[in-house]
Design a protein around this ligand. Structure first.
Ligand SMILES: [Zn+2]
Length: 331
């Protein structure tokens, strides 16, 4: 039984390695479903206790804003600990002098770097890369202060791309999502929530491969706000246009569950994502090696509606293939 597991098209197939003992293999496949590992593509690990994340289905996280030396230490620590998620990180928020989130109490010293001009932008990008950053985070929040000017933003994006790093923007305030797109930003840290985006812009973003990290549940945590409605409508139209959406929660921002967020998945289903699209959003682009998701219990039928699949996927846990090959380690 080393054949490919049943994985929807669009998600890389998972094979249990040949050295997983037959009894472990049989028990897993009879009691649930094995899927590729899931990533939360927007977290702030320094604001939560990450201990429960793996057991609650999160195999990897993308930290989108923290002091570089602190998050680097956390990433190294979690690499050594079998029970914590893998961590990739952006390092500091790059922002305009006096810009968001420099004044936020939750942002520790070093979590924000002010970039006043293109020269300082290039240096700031290089510092994050030197600290091990996999992405570059830039803050374009015109509701909460100044934002980098166009030349400085262009320098951030240009330098990050020269260094082969994707740029993730926090776009908030009228026109900021459009501005991020025009500047060549690769990912929006949040599904745009400040305003309904024009269809032309949505179609252009979808065609270019711009990725939106969903973060729908931060708008009300189960009690949807006006921003939630705006974001959901944008996601619905973006998805209909073929846009790339990834599961991201902004974990650390408000009372979010530490683990897979059933409300985030339900909101994505509400936006039109079915079984396959939900899996694509959860698995992301670089699922960590050596881990799989396991969803206990019977799987919904493929034809069941998105919300049924969302509730099912939210029950996933993470299994370590190295532990599965050792029956002592297979819980
Ligand atoms: Zn965030």
């Amino acid at each position: 039984m080393t054949g490919p597991l049943r994985v929807p098209p669009g998600v890389a197939a998972v094979r249990l390695p040949a050295d997983v003992p037959p009894e472990v293999r049989r028990r897993l496949l009879e009691s649930g479903t094995v899927l590729p590992p899931f990533t939360d593509a927007h977290v702030h690990l320094g604001l939560v206790d990450p201990a429960p994340l793996r057991a609650r289905g999160v195999a990897a996280v993308h930290d989108l804003g923290w002091a570089p030396h602190e998050i680097a230490a956390m990433a190294t620590g979690t690499a050594a600990g079998p029970a914590l998620p893998r961590v990739a990180y952006a390092g500091a928020f790059l922002t305009a002098p006096g810009g968001y989130p420099g004044d936020r109490a939750w942002a520790p010293r070093g979590a924000v770097e002010e970039v006043a001009d293109p020269v300082s932008a290039v240096a700031a990008v290089d510092r994050q890369v030197a600290a091990g950053a996999s992405f570059v985070k830039v803050a374009l929040n015109s509701e909460a202060g100044p934002t980098p000017d166009d030349d400085t933003l262009a320098a951030v994006v240009g330098r990050a791309h020269e260094r082969d790093r994707a740029v993730v923007a926090h776009a908030e305030g009228p026109g900021q999502a459009a501005r991020a797109f025009a500047a060549g930003v690769d990912r929006l840290a949040h599904a745009p929530f400040s305003e309904p985006l024009d269809d032309d812009l949505l179609v252009a973003m979808a065609a270019s491969g711009t990725t939106w990290l969903s973060t729908l549940d931060i708008h009300g945590w189960g009690d949807p706000t006006r921003d939630h409605e705006v974001a959901l409508d944008n996601v619905r139209r973006f998805v209909a246009a073929g846009g790339r959406v990834r599961y991201g929660t902004d974990l650390g921002n408000g009372p979010l569950p530490v683990g897979l967020n059933a409300r985030e998945l339900a909101a994505l289903a509400d936006a039109g994502l079915g079984r396959r699209s939900l899996l694509v959003a959860l698995v992301g682009d670089e699922p960590p090696a050596g881990l799989v998701s396991f969803v206990p219990g019977p799987a919904p039928a493929p034809a069941d509606p998105g919300p049924v699949h969302a509730a099912w996927l939210a029950r996933a846990t993470v299994l370590d293939l190295a532990e599965l090959t050792n029956p002592e380690g297979a819980a």
